[in-house]
Design a protein around this ligand. Structure first.
Ligand code: PLP
Length: 397
């Protein structure tokens, strides 16, 4: 039987219409399907492959670590040098108050850990989250997801959650001494890349400080250079109490993390002891891969090149059918008249060798988040192909 049929029969599906192309290789900005057709990955596997696919330094780190040891014992018992070295490297590049890393397997688990830590630190249970927010698909993360359409089928969910409007001052009055944490994406991804005002983020930070509320920033998509600085919060001039990382954190391997101060993180060791544990979180191979990927990112100059590459997108992606654009660094959404038209353009892009997608809460927007290693010339050529795809769809209508 063909792999496609086996995929549809035996691999659990997440939508009625998967892209369903069988890929056999990925390297740098490219992927190749089983027929040998080459694609540019315009979404970096959803902001995972910020340094490109299968970077040789990451492959080597994975091979060496797999040969040395893989799983030893549940997280947090033995000293495993890939975890230790990666946590220390992250701490070197974070503010001093974010010096302790709890590694997880995924972004959703990082969200779950952060919510539990905020409850443990404050002794409170209310959480303020935002409309159009996505923090993962587990039940806690789903409870704070910002759209009732996705929540309604899975109730009851966590109580005590308020969903406020993103980038709107109305939330400030809701942050009081009953709240454990405010959790938000520094740049909101699935609404189609919404960059809030720095003054809004700063006002939230101030209000949290005034009421002993923890501020949790989710940079699972926005981190690792995507917005033009290593962390998006650097540009906003605020520091979170808990930072959520995932996606590019593992350099292509599964890894997430919630990061806080040592004092706060210590609370998870007692009352109850082992109150937050994981078997595979911080897998040594994932940590070795992530550390290698971060070192490549930091030494490559790719973060510094984001502004010039963003300019290429801004200059070239102009078309009467593009109704609006939103961007943060090398991360852009293009809005079309409706979701159906966008879907057709996404499919035409795939036909033309460009892997792109839509956004969960903005199905009328096309997603552009290429690996940061893409060159300006490659980006310019990609823009031509997007414009061609739009024209092809419009002329077929
Ligand atoms: N937070 C954000 C902003 C995300 O984009 C995602 C995944 O898309 C998550 C959390 C959840 O991460 P994961 O899919 O690794 O559970």
């Amino acid at each position: 039987m063909q792999n496609r049929q086996l995929f549809l029969q035996h691999v659990a599906q997440t939508s009625p219409a998967p892209i369903g192309i069988e890929m056999v290789k990925a390297s740098g900005i490219h992927q190749w399907d089983v027929s040998g057709k080459q694609y540019v990955d315009l979404i970096s596997g959803f902001s995972v492959c910020n340094i490109g696919h299968s970077h040789p330094a990451v492959v080597q780190a994975v091979q060496e670590q797999a040969a040395a040891y893989m799983h030893l014992i549940v997280y947090g018992e033995f000293i495993e040098s890939p975890q230790v070295r990666y946590a220390a490297r992250l701490a070197e590049h974070l503010p001093a108050s974010l010096n302790t890393v709890y590694f997880t397997n995924s972004g959703a688990e990082a969200t779950e850990g952060a919510m539990k830590l905020a409850k443990r630190v404050t002794g409170r249970s209310r959480i303020i989250a935002f409309q159009n927010a996505y923090h993962g698909s587990t039940q806690g993360a789903l409870s704070i997801m910002g759209d009732e359409y996705w929540r309604q089928a899975f109730r009851p969910l966590l109580p005590g959650i308020t969903h406020a409007a993103y980038n709107d001052d109305a939330v400030l009055q809701q942050i009081d001494a009953s709240v454990a944490c405010v959790i938000l994406e520094t740049v909101q991804a699935e609404s189609g890349i919404t960059r809030p005002h720095n003054s809004w983020l700063q006002a939230i930070r101030k209000q949290c400080d005034a009421h002993g509320v923890l501020l949790v920033l989710d940079e699972i998509q926005a981190g690792f250079g995507r917005t033009g600085s290593l962390w998006a919060f650097e540009q906003a001039g605020i520091i979170p109490d808990i930072l959520l990382l995932g996606k590019a954190l593992g350099g292509g391997m599964p890894l997430g993390a919630f990061i806080a101060s040592w004092d706060r993180m210590q609370l998870l060791t007692q009352d109850p002891v082992l109150g937050h544990i994981t078997t595979f979180g911080g897998h040594p191979v994932s940590c070795a891969a992530g550390l290698a990927a971060l070192d490549v990112l930091l030494s490559s100059g790719w973060i510094d090149s984001v502004a010039a590459k963003a300019q290429v997108l801004a200059e070239k992606l102009k078309h009467p059918a593009i109704q609006s654009r939103q961007a943060a660094g090398l991360w852009m959404s293009l809005q079309f008249a409706n979701a159906t038209l966008n879907q057709r353009i996404v499919h035409q892009c795939v036909q033309n060798g460009l892997i792109t997608d839509w956004f969960l809460f903005a199905p009328d927007r096309l997603r552009i988040a290429p690996p940061l290693c893409i060159s300006e010339a490659e980006l310019s050529e990609v823009c031509d192909r997007i414009l061609l795809s739009i024209d092809q769809v419009l002329s077929a209508s």
